[in-house]
Write a protein that binds this ligand. Structure first.
Ligand code: ADQ
Length: 461
């Protein structure tokens, strides 16, 4: 096999791994794949340049070569803040109310995809497998083909694929999906998102679709679409639990909560994560069980993300207001029911916090997968595990049906789940944990990359 060339919006340098989590789920996963296969990771540096310099910054760290380009301000505005994060992200998370449709940002998106193709093509060798990631780069495969690339090219979507009825609200939706058919393999997180994509191809494009194999044929070209649920780096995460940092973090949380059960939420500050709705659910729990305010402390860790996009500023203000209201109404001199921490933590620290928490509250309104749910379970003490409360609208719910599943839109449902979790006997907690931990251990990220790359290699055989 040739090398692996990974292309994604951002590139995470492997030595920065401890901080990788805050950059999103991609970082750890792709570094593991690149170490196994060798090759290059190409993407935007995250830096702004005055103008198009044409420079590619190549670096080698810990066995992985990274190649990055800077982008001028206009490209960042139109491609990243604009089309990717103000059009595709909200639409793909079913938020038509937040979706902006601007012709200019659409053009910027196409321009940056073209620029990516122009810069990365000379780095790709004949036998390389090319693996493109996520919604920032949907049309990149077609751009690479137009430059004559004959390699096997795969694409993985980390976020949901929306139902056809929502997706058709996107101007030029047909053109966009047709560009995707230039890949050889398209991966989705779950069967549900895959089903929506196949439905769209059949209904709107008139493609021939074989549901069983995921084979889509249009105008003589065939692409395979399949579900590949992403996992965590199980071994690495476990090893984090052995560190002094993890143990100190656990101790720090336990000593600060004393006799109260800690319940934890760890999310990027993003409207898809259902944070205000979650706080409403917690507020409802305190309203319905005022005698239990002394039993529980909720810790929300949410570092800001995408701060240049207006809807993200709004979510932050809303969360602060709701948290403030509940704390104002329920605090005592020696007790604050909700701790809201506006920063990220390293994986060892998160491991310690998860382990010290009796409940993990993961309630996105919509999520491609959600790795926090898996990390929470992975950090539990097998002898005395905590309880995972998980939104039924997270991709992870399809793999973890033994979590306490909730409708994140319903404060009553969330409140009820908190009560169930707080009172759950150890025997049931262990049964649920046992059922979940096997899946999390076996469906790890190494396995995920191997399955995707093997299937990509097997296309055209
Ligand atoms: P994200 O939306 O970023 O990723 P998620 O899977 O929940 O979401 O988290 C990814 C990583 O970020 C985890 O390793 C987690 O520990 C870390 N993280 C999240 N919040 C953090 C915080 N407050 N502090 C420190 N670290 C934090 C996208 C999709 C998901 C999909 C992933 C991977 O939206 O649905 O699971 O990609 O495919």
């Amino acid at each position: 096999m040739g090398r692996l060339v990974v292309i994604s919006n951002r590139v995470a340098v492997p030595k920065a791994r401890g901080a990788a989590g805050a950059q999103g789920g991609l970082a750890g996963a792709l570094n593991s794949a690149l170490k196994d296969y060798g090759g290059i990771w190409f993407g935007w540096s995250g830096q702004e340049s005055d103008d198009r310099t044409g420079n590619i910054n190549m670096q080698r760290n810990d066995g992985v070569t990274t190649a990055t380009i800077d982008l001028p301000e206009r490209d960042i505005d139109e491609y990243y803040n604009g089309y990717a994060n103000s059009t595709l992200w909200p639409l793909f998370h079913y938020r038509l109310d937040l979706t902006e449709y601007e012709r200019e940002t659409g053009k910027g998106y196409e321009r940056v995809n073209e620029r990516f193709a122009e810069c990365v093509t000379p780095l790709i060798e004949e036998d390389d497998l090319v693996w493109v990631h996520d919604y920032h780069l949907l049309p990149l495969g077609e751009r690479l083909r137009s430059r004559g690339l004959k390699n096997r090219i795969g694409f993985f979507l980390h976020i949901p694929w929306p139902p056809t009825r929502l997706f058709v609200s996107l101007p030029f939706h047909e053109r966009l999906v047709k560009t995707m058919l230039e890949y050889d393999l398209i991966g989705f997180q779950t069967g549900e998102w895959l089903e929506s994509f196949l439905h769209y191809c059949r209904k709107e494009l008139g493609a021939e679709v074989d549901e069983a194999s995921g084979r889509i044929t249009l105008d003589g070209r065939t692409v395979i679409a399949k579900a590949y649920p992403i996992g965590i780096d199980w071994e690495h995460f476990q090893s984090q639990g052995e560190t002094e940092t993890a143990k100190q973090a656990e101790e720090r949380l336990l000593s600060s909560t004393r006799n109260r059960a800690a319940m934890i939420g760890v999310d990027r500050l993003d409207y898809s994560k259902g944070l205000p709705e979650r706080i409403d659910g917690i507020g409802r729990f305190f309203d319905q069980h005022p005698d239990r305010v002394r039993d529980l402390v909720y810790i929300q860790i949410a570092p800001p993300s995408r701060e240049d996009v207006e809807s993200y500023q709004h979510i932050r203000a809303m969360l602060e207001q709701k948290t403030g209201q509940i704390n104002g109404a329920r605090s005592e001199v020696d007790l604050v029911p909700i701790r809201y921490v506006n920063r990220g933590y390293s994986h060892p620290e998160l491991f310690g916090f998860f382990r010290a928490s009796k409940i993990g509250l993961v309630t996105p309104l919509r999520d491609g997968m959600n790795l926090v749910a898996k990390e929470y379970v992975a950090a539990q003490d097998p002898e005395d595990p905590g309880v995972l409360i998980l939104s039924r609208f997270a991709g992870a719910a399809q793999q973890l049906p033994d979590a306490v599943l909730v409708n994140p839109h319903s404060p009553d449902d969330v409140s009820h789940a908190i009560r169930i979790a707080l009172d759950m006997p150890k025997k049931e907690r262990r049964e649920r944990y046992e059922a979940m931990i096997g899946t999390i251990r076996d469906d790890n990220v190494q396995d995920w990359t191997k399955r995707f790359c093997a299937d990509l290699e097997a296309t055209r055989n």
